[in-house]
Ligand binder design. Sequence first.
Ligand SMILES: Cc1ncc(C[n+]2csc(CCOP(=O)(O)OP(=O)(O)O)c2C)c(N)n1
Ligand SMILES: [Mg+2]
Length: 348
Amino acid sequence: MATKTTGKPAAGKNARPFYANHSAAQLKEALRRMYLIRRFEEMAEESYVRGLTHGTMHLSVGQEATAVGACMDLSNADYITSTHRGHGHCIGKGAEVKFMFAEFFGKEEGYCRGRGGSMHIADPATGNLGANGIVGGGLPLATGAALAIKQRKGKDVAICFFGDGAQNEGAFHEALNMAAVWKLPVVYVCENNQYGMSVSTARSTAVKDVATRAIAYNMPGVTVDGNSIADVNEAVSAAIERARNGEGPSLVECKTYRTKGHSRSDRNRYRSKEEIEEWKGKDPIPAFEKDLEAHGIASRSEIDAIREAVEKEVQDGFNFATSGTNPTPDSLLRGVTTTDDIAMGVEA
Ligand SMILES: Cc1ncc(C[n+]2csc(CCOP(=O)(O)OP(=O)(O)O)c2C)c(N)n1
Ligand SMILES: [Mg+2]
């Protein structure tokens, strides 16, 4: 999506900034990306159940508003770092589902030539520095990317997605302190989905709101409804503007929920069915559809058309990936180390 509003604003200047500062095309694209995340993950889960893919995966069903709302005002020159629950971040930043499926199925056509799988999708062309199986691993990486931007006197920003579990890692505190001291152009976006595996944030964290921790690092910290794309976008946009103006980092906490289990092996014993149902009722997708209709930005038939096009894109992407190229045994070590690549005659 474009950095600034292109075209006519979707709503008058009295509307809230999210609707006044984006065009109808940008808002419909945001809805399309939310559908794409949802349908990609549903299909990914189905593939796993059918034995088409191995290992585990972490689904972000219910968290789509945070991924898309945070990425909406970024260009390909801006960076993101992601987490183990990163499909939504990839799609939010512009990844194509056919290459994501190919990565899933271990095909050469995948974003990392099938070597990374669900938890290690990176797409440098769209500024996606990659998902990360190490909880908190993206925090120093995003901080480093922001340092690089500052050193080259750029106007780009880095967005760092991380979970509520990661904010109890030392890396969180080290990264935020360094970014604040050096006024780096980075926005730390915490997806507080209330749990780190089976441990609730209330049990693991001394503060009620993760955003409170910003005080310790002398940066703005806000808590928003992570299931409202408008709330997320407005908070992240303000932080992006601050970063681009050389004013330094910010922390945005998005309160949200994963309605699926932590990973494939979760029996949901640490939370109640009622709690899950309550959060399903706060699904960010129908809420955004309703808002788009209420603002006269998209009619029901336009919304249905977007959804149908996504359905086709996901099915086509799945077909593209299943008929992709399997790596050959002699390429087993390709990409494992630079030395191996050179020894095998692989271009740098
Ligand atoms: C450094 C590290 N410690 C532990 C793990 C095991 N682990 C994987 S996901 C996870 C929970 C992370 O919780 P959170 O940051 O809230 O992200 P969420 O899964 O809720 O999206 C843990 C502890 C890990 N991958 N890396
Ligand atoms: Mg969590």
